[in-house]
Ligand binder design. Structure first.
Ligand code: DGL
Length: 282
């Protein structure tokens, strides 16, 4: 990892900009990197203002615009909103603001992924309060499968657990059980078969969520679908970097480089040092 990227204004060597409120979006970065190892990636975690999920749509939109503007000013060739909360409330505004720059959001990708997996069409979405409030997931799923029944559950505390690096064990399972209780009741009645991890922090708690949800419920996260969408758009816009050389990943955080590196390592599944994280002010 390094904090310097090759300067190449206007070309395919420019990085893909990815942002989230914190380290959760690193689950998306990981999926993009696995699919497109030759791409340079520039990640921004807005840790100073985390969590987004309990804030108003107005605040989240403002934060998302500032984070995206910072990445655009650094010359990214594409924006990935690796935060369901920001995608749910700010995707149309960011797409308009930065056109013709391609903007990819995780909510559309998550909806796409779940309609491919669900047989019964009875789908649960675990997300933050703000994502659930706006109903973006239900709309995105129903746009693809009009007969779908979507039940959304706000699980804001899971963000704090993930940011704390508490991803398994009895305490985590107790919290997950509390949140999933209404969904599991529903499952008994209606044959719920898919659960969308509608927050990029939640894949880290996958094991505990899967254990509580039971084997008949498939867990779906949007990381891989985002990576496929990114690949397709890069090809269409002839922005794909040669995949012969390995791409670099750079990390920016609005607060606490040491903490970002420590918790981020868990999300990335590989060590990240504090000196690899550049502090930025938006
Ligand atoms: N990881 C973000 C999401 O996907 C938000 C977490 C938060 O800041 O509340 O919604």
């Amino acid at each position: 990892m390094s904090t310097k990227l090759p300067a190449n204004p206007g070309g395919a060597d420019r990085p893909i900009g990815i942002f989230d409120s914190g380290v959760g979006g690193l689950t998306v970065l990981k999926a993009v990197r696995a699919r497109l190892p030759g791409e340079h990636l520039l990640y921004l975690g807005d840790t100073a203002r985390l969590p987004y999920g309990t804030k108003s749509a107005e605040s989240v939109s403002r934060y998302a615009l500032q984070a995206a503007t910072h990445l655009v000013e650094r010359g990214v060739k594409m924006l990935v909103i690796a935060c369901n909360t920001a995608s749910a409330v700010a995707m149309p505004a960011l797409t308009r603001e930065f056109a013709p720059l391609p903007v990819v959001g995780v909510v559309e990708a998550g909806a796409e992924a779940v309609v491919r997996v669900s047989k019964s069409g009875h789908i649960a979405v675990l997300a933050t309060e703000s994502t659930v409030r706006g109903g973006a997931y239900a709309r995105a799923i129903k746009a693809r499968r009009p007969d779908a029944r979507v039940f959304s559950q706000a699980c804001s505390l899971l963000v704090a657990l993930a940011e704390e690096g508490w991803t398994r064990g009895p305490l985590v399972e107790a919290v997950v059980r509390e949140y999933l209780h209404p969904l599991l009741e529903e499952k008994k009645r209606d044959g719920l078969d898919c659960l969308v991890l509608g927050c990029t922090h939640f894949p880290l708690l996958r094991e505990a969520i899967a254990h509580v949800a039971g084997p008949e419920v498939a867990l779906v996260d949007s990381g891989e679908t985002v990576a496929l969408v990114v690949e397709k758009l890069l090809a269409e816009q002839k922005l794909r970097r040669s995949q012969n050389a390995k791409g670099d990943a750079c990390f920016l955080a609005t607060d606490g480089a040491e903490r970002f590196a420590r918790v981020g390592s868990l999300f990335l599944g590989e060590p990240l040092a504090a000196q690899d994280v550049e502090p930025v002010d938006l």
